[in-house]
Design a protein around this ligand. Structure first.
Ligand code: SF4
Ligand code: SF4
Length: 404
């Protein structure tokens, strides 16, 4: 069977319609997308410029069979200057979903989706296990925090009518438990009226990486229902790029209803409190040089550039920008499900060489970011390239710099 025979004509036209329809034909082959894609050297035979026309001309199976669609981090850098507004992120996710339906998706991502469908999250824990973990981590953290009364403190879970519902990323209570203390310290320091929801242990959405709209919507529905049940005014996302971005940008459209509450990231909330004087920080507390890595989902896709920078510029004595940054910020190479895809092996880090160079050029001792996938990838880059750089989240530096 030739590759063209695998996909039916009907499938091909439906995929073309989802990916841009007639706009695909309008691609100017101007190379603006290609020149900004950090994978251009790693995949000489496949790149973002190839995608629109191949889809338009029905050569979809070639794309589905290409490793490129799994190496792409959905960073959207290639989309910024596309004169035709073609959305590579959408195109790649659509191709991935087709690959999944053909049994060609990476095993680890498929397992994550299976867990979501079985228990509702990619970690595979139930509500009782989540609550027990929160209680245990809460006890440990409270013992370390001098402004928390260990005797009376308990982690807020399922509190009705509070202002904030906080949604964590599982890394906070699995591989990076120190991050749990960071957020707990922050909420306690600003005396926030907040809660976890016992049935929402995971803001991440692997179905989004896979282009699986149905499962992606189901996960969003779970979060939105919990916020409605608890009657909160604001949903606070942890430092998780894609989890935050889907909730803020896509949830209303995907669910077909207004959310009825605001969606902010914990960094935005800290910045808001900082501006109001409710979060008091020691200016210049961090002595080492600090740079900021823009998480693609938070910066380029949502336009949240300044709040993390203003916090960092206040707490750091010496702040330096990477070049380029902001809208043209270079992806860390771990987003879009790439970090979760074990099949990528060393390539995930080899493909991040440009990011390594960019960090090294700043001479910074600390690289801060506000996405836990970026944090994990940056830590891996530091190890892989033997760098002497510390990787911290913006909130870690904020909490380290608390005034009282
Ligand atoms: S930037 Fe847009 S128009 Fe230009 S080659 Fe890429 S997809 Fe086509
Ligand atoms: S989304 Fe990022 S990784 Fe994917 S094709 Fe565009 S620039 Fe390259």
């Amino acid at each position: 069977m030739t590759v063209e025979n695998i996909i039916t004509e009907q499938q091909a036209s439906s995929i073309a319609a989802t990916c841009g329809g007639e706009d695909l034909r309008e691609c100017l082959t101007c190379d603006k997308c290609l020149s900004t894609c950090f994978l251009k050297d790693a995949y000489p035979n496949m790149n973002p410029r190839e995608l629109p026309r191949k889809i338009y001309h029905g050569r979809i199976q070639e794309l589905v069979d290409s490793e490129f669609i799994w190496a792409c981090t959905l960073c959207s850098r290639c989309t910024v200057d596309c004169p035709k507004g073609l959305q590579m992120d959408l195109i790649v996710r659509t191709l991935r979903h087709l690959a999944e339906s053909q049994g060609k998706a990476p095993k680890r991502l498929v397992e994550g989706i299976e867990k979501i469908n079985e228990v509702g999250n990619s970690v595979g824990i139930d509500s009782q296990e989540f609550v027990e973990t929160l209680e245990w981590l809460g006890e440990e953290a409270a013992a370390e925090i001098d402004y928390i009364d260990e005797e009376t403190f308990s982690v807020p879970i399922d509190k009705n009518g509070v202002e904030f519902l906080y949604i964590p990323n599982p890394r906070e209570y699995t591989s990076m438990p120190h991050m749990f203390s960071v957020y707990l310290k922050f909420f306690s320091a600003v005396k926030a009226d907040w809660t976890f929801a016992s049935d929402v242990c995971d803001i991440s959405n692997w179905a989004y990486f896979m282009g699986d709209q149905e499962t992606c919507t189901k996960l969003l529905r779970n979060i939105v229902d919990a916020a409605g049940r608890l009657g909160v005014k604001t949903l606070v996302s942890t430092e998780c790029g894609h989890g935050f971005s889907i909730l803020r940008r896509d949830a209303e459209k995907m669910l077909g209803q207004p959310l009825g509450f605001e969606v902010v990231s914990v960094v935005e909330l800290a910045h808001r409190y900082f501006e109001e004087g409710r979060l008091r920080l020691k200016q210049g507390h961090v002595k080492e040089r600090v740079t900021y890595h823009d998480p693609c989902e938070v910066s380029r896709k949502l336009g949240v550039y300044e709040p993390p920078r203003e916090l960092l510029k206040f707490v750091a004595q010496d702040y330096i920008e990477m070049s380029p940054h902001g809208k043209y910020g270079l992806c860390c190479g771990g987003g879009g499900g790439v970090a979760q895809n074990a099949d990528m092996g060393r390539k995930r880090l080899e493909n991040a060489k440009e990011k390594h160079d960019q960090i090294a050029q700043t001479g910074a001792a600390i690289v801060a970011t506000s996405c836990q996938a970026c944090l994990a990838q940056l830590n891996d880059i530091v190890t892989f390239y033997n760098m002497t750089v510390n990787v911290k989240s913006v909130m870690e530096l904020v909490v380290e710099s608390l005034a009282d």
